[in-house]
Design a protein around this ligand. Structure first.
Ligand code: ADP
Ligand code: MG
Length: 155
């Protein structure tokens, strides 16, 4: 599916709709240049998951964990099926990426039904991610125009 957004709000809304469809266990890999809208999308995605905390770019921390507030989240959809949301940004990750990913604990976190993991700059570890990964591509077309492409079965 390809979507063209013309404001950051539209990208956030797309993220919200995406987030609402997640059930747990998904790994979402975001690809695109700086400023392409990845973090903006994640802010929407977290909102769609029912997370009330503000999502800030994890660039320096690399991985941040968020938890849903049970009363307001997937309970509305008939049961809490996941427990943790992780937002990773690999922009600054260097060296032996396979080892770094292990050190960060990501290999223990992803592909587990209780976790939802979103990774910015995921192309850096493309060969380490499972076949089930949902890839979302972001492209800067103009100052406020973004092309967002996704493959997979989420929609
Ligand atoms: P990334 O995480 O890919 O580096 P960010 O989401 O942090 O990108 O930044 C995107 C920037 O572009 C923000 O300043 C946002 O306000 C701006 N922007 C303008 N138009 C859009 C759009 N259509 N979608 C997303 N962001 C947009
Ligand atoms: Mg970002």
């Amino acid at each position: 599916m390809t979507v063209i957004t013309k404001t950051s709000e539209e990208t956030k809304k797309l993220g919200i709709e995406f987030g609402k469809k997640l059930l747990g266990g998904e790994v979402i890999a975001l690809v695109g240049d700086l400023g392409a809208g990845k973090t903006t999308f994640v802010q929407g995605l977290a909102k769609g998951l029912g997370i009330k905390q503000r999502i800030i770019s994890p660039t320096f921390i690399i991985v941040r964990q968020y938890s849903p507030s049970p009363a307001e989240t997937t309970y509305e959809r008939g049961g809490l099926s996941w427990l943790n949301f992780y937002h990773a940004d690999l922009y600054r990750l260097e060296g032996n990426l396979e080892q770094e990913i292990k050190n960060l604990g990501l290999t223990y976190i992803w592909d587990k039904p209780e976790n939802i993991v979103v990774i910015e700059w995921a192309e850096k570890i493309r060969n380490l991610l499972s076949e089930n990964t949902i890839w979302v591509n972001f492209e800067l077309l103009g100052e406020n125009v973004r092309r967002i492409d996704t493959v997979g079965i989420w929609y």
